[in-house]
Design a protein around this ligand. Structure first.
Ligand SMILES: Cc1ncc(COP(=O)(O)O)c(C=O)c1O
Length: 366
């Protein structure tokens, strides 16, 4: 019985290897131009200290799901801080952003639901749609005419969900949030906006691109990227929505709560991040410099306008060779290949502690 599984495993690995698509785990070395530590907070002394304090006061694991004994006051405190900064009615802290998308979509949908998903949405969104068994309707990336055409065709009155990311993780381009909100209202749909790559970087006090729109039903955040920690957050704009998730979101109900110390440190991280406007301005500036520098050397950076800058390449081998070259030069850049993206690339991720000189050195080596 098991031998069939190993035949499948061997075949898949061989196929990936032949197509230069095999992944392997490499520890980090060289200057970081690939992680999502956009504000350089992953080693911030105040957050480190808060983490130590949190462990000293609250212990290690939460020991149970939040509906049993794993609920701590610090989770309420973190959720209040998040609602304050994102201007939302309620929020729910969970293990990570992947679980947040997966659990939310599954909880809201069933086989009758039509889910309109941007073609480049993240794997956690697609997996949420898959486990919910809903009808998946792709719209072309950032193409709101296409979205509207598809919304018009849907014969459902009340079970439509639109899902988009505010900043796209592999392309660094952005959604037009106003257009998404207009369509949501016009077609009486629910709107979910994944803000994981915008949190800390864009919007008022780094609160993301959806803060001005109270019509957005749910927004997804992570502490695992610009905030330098880990953990996912779902914000809601109707009071009953959180009660529903606490009762019906399976990955929340049936999972041990995160370490309370992470929530404790998360509050410090969010408070720090909200005051980092200068860093956000710098990040925008080095983004412009990087794109101009690469474009001057005839590299394609797609439609990026953010801290995420792809260098689009023509083959997997080219992406692997380029990543390897930069690793040897002391820059940590990684190749991103199918099936993660359709077109192979190097995904450069800028941090607010990168100097103009750092960016110039990087560009010089392309
Ligand atoms: C758009 C998007 N949503 C959700 C996630 C998952 O977030 P987390 O890393 O906190 O699990 C990611 C992670 O890469 C992402 O890029």
């Amino acid at each position: 019985m098991s031998s069939g599984i190993y035949t499948k495993i061997d075949k898949e690995l061989q196929k990936r290897n032949e197509r230069s698509l095999l992944r392997e785990l490499k520890t980090s070395k060289g200057k970081d131009f690939c992680s999502n530590d956009y504000l350089g907070l992953s080693n911030h002394p105040e957050i480190l200290q808060a983490m130590h304090e949190g462990i000293n006061h609250l212990g290690l694991g939460s020991t149970a799901s939040r509906l049993v004994r794993g609920h701590y006051q610090v989770f309420n405190d973190l959720e209040d801080v998040i609602c304050g900064i994102t201007q939302t009615v309620s929020s729910l802290f969970v293990a990570n952003g992947f679980i947040a998308n997966l659990g939310l979509i599954d909880a809201l949908s069933d086989s009758r639901t039509h889910i309109f998903t941007d073609r480049l949405n993240h794997a956690s969104i697609l997996d949420g749609i898959r486990i919910a068994g809903s009808k998946k309707i792709y719209f072309n990336h950032l193409d709101y005419d296409d979205l509207e055409t598809k919304l018009k065709k849907s014969n459902l009155d009340d079970s439509k969900i639109i899902i988009a990311e505010s900043i796209y993780s592999m392309d660094g381009d952005r959604s037009d949030v106003k257009k998404l909100v207009d369509l949501k209202i016009k077609y009486n749909a629910c709107l979910i906006l994944d803000e994981t790559h915008a949190f800390g970087v864009e919007g008022k006090k780094g609160s993301g691109l959806g803060t001005d729109y109270s019509e957005i039903d749910f927004r997804i955040f992570t502490l695992g990227k610009a905030l330098g920690l880990e953990g996912g957050i779902i914000t809601c704009n109707r009071s009953q929505a959180k009660d529903y998730l606490i009762n019906c979101m399976r990955s929340f109900v049936f999972s041990t709560a995160p370490m309370p110390a992470i929530a404790y440190a998360g509050i410090t991280a969010i408070n720090l991040m909200s005051k980092m406007d200068r860093e956000r301005e710098h990040l925008a500036k080095v983004g412009i410099l990087l794109r101009e520098g690469l474009q001057a050397k005839a590299f394609h950076t797609g439609n990026s306008t953010t801290q995420i800058v792809p260098v689009l390449l023509s083959s997997e081998d080219e992406a692997l060779a380029m990543a390897d070259k930069f690793q040897k030069l002391g820059f940590d850049l990684r190749a991103i290949r199918p099936p993660t993206v359709a077109r192979p690339r190097i995904r450069i991720s800028l941090h607010s502690n990168h100097t103009e000189l750092d960016v110039a050195c990087l560009v010089r080596n392309f």
